[in-house]
Design a binder for this molecule. Structure first.
Ligand SMILES: C[S@@+](CC[C@H](N)C(=O)[O-])C[C@H]1O[C@@H](n2cnc3c(N)ncnc32)[C@H](O)[C@@H]1O
Length: 226
């Protein structure tokens, strides 16, 4: 099925959130990072401003800056309305209230939009759709990340996840995926089978995160080479 802009609801996090989500240390931040399904997050833009190295992959990078900006503006009110209706489903700890959430999300996405064309030119924003293979060399990256895509969208199925994670592990020495819940804030249906699949050839662990927005969504899956 073609990836169409009308089905995209852009929603992006910032560097401070990524640091908490993945417990990124100074050592991690100075390593070579690739981030899958990075969408309109400002992680890449903020990291680049600090002189760090991040490549972001996402299908939305096939669209133009103007198209993405327009789509962000079109969907903003609907998403914020849903957030107001479902407030009690979230933990207001890292983010204090709906107003702050709107400020943080819109700030992150505006930062992304401003950086998009330059970043695309510099091959920091690269159009890519999982579970397809990437153009990168084996173990080209130190750290591969997936924030709010893999495992969360469990409806994509186990095969999609195994194929996607296999490719992430081909090009990255270590990967981290957050959260390990599904969209209904229950344990993701694909989690146990993913762990069982990679357990024999890799070191697989569930580790705590410093971030919690979905209730009980404060853990990440970490897979490293033996
Ligand atoms: C909820 S957003 C998360 C964005 C960002 N990682 C963050 O945490 O702020 C999910 C992202 O997954 C992307 N996505 C959807 N299908 C994908 C696929 N097949 N491969 C990679 N990314 C995909 C979407 O375009 C979207 O940007």
């Amino acid at each position: 099925m073609a990836f169409e802009l009308k089905n995209v609801v852009p929603w992006g996090r910032n560097l401070d959130e990524y640091i908490k989500i993945f417990k990124l240390t100074d050592f991690d931040l100075n390593s070579k990072i690739i981030s899958f399904g990075d969408g309109p997050a400002s992680f890449n833009s903020e990291m680049t401003q600090l002189g760090k190295k991040v490549v972001s992959l996402d299908p939305i990078y096939q669209f133009t800056k103007a198209e993405l900006k327009q789509r962000i503006n079109e969907t903003k009110e609907t998403v914020m309305e849903q957030m107001r209706t479902n407030q009690e489903k979230f933990v207001w700890k890292n983010i204090k209230n709906v107003e702050e959430l709107e400020q943080i999300r819109m700030g992150a996405m505006s930062n992304f939009v401003d950086d998009f064309e330059l970043g695309k030119e510099q091959q920091r924003y690269v159009y890519h759709e999982l579970p397809n293979s990437t153009k990168y060399d084996t173990l080209e990256f130190d750290l591969g990340l997936s924030s709010h895509f893999l495992i969360l969208y469990s409806q994509l199925g186990l095969d999609f996840h195994i194929q996607s994670i296999t490719e992430m592990l081909r090009i990255s020495k270590e990967i981290r995926i957050f959260p390990i819940l599904n969209l209904n804030t229950a344990k993701s249906e694909v989690l146990d089978d993913i762990i069982n699949h990679f357990n024999s050839d890799f070191v697989v662990s569930i580790e705590s995160s410093d971030y919690e927005f979905q209730k009980d969504g404060n853990q990440m899956l970490v897979i490293k080479r033996k």
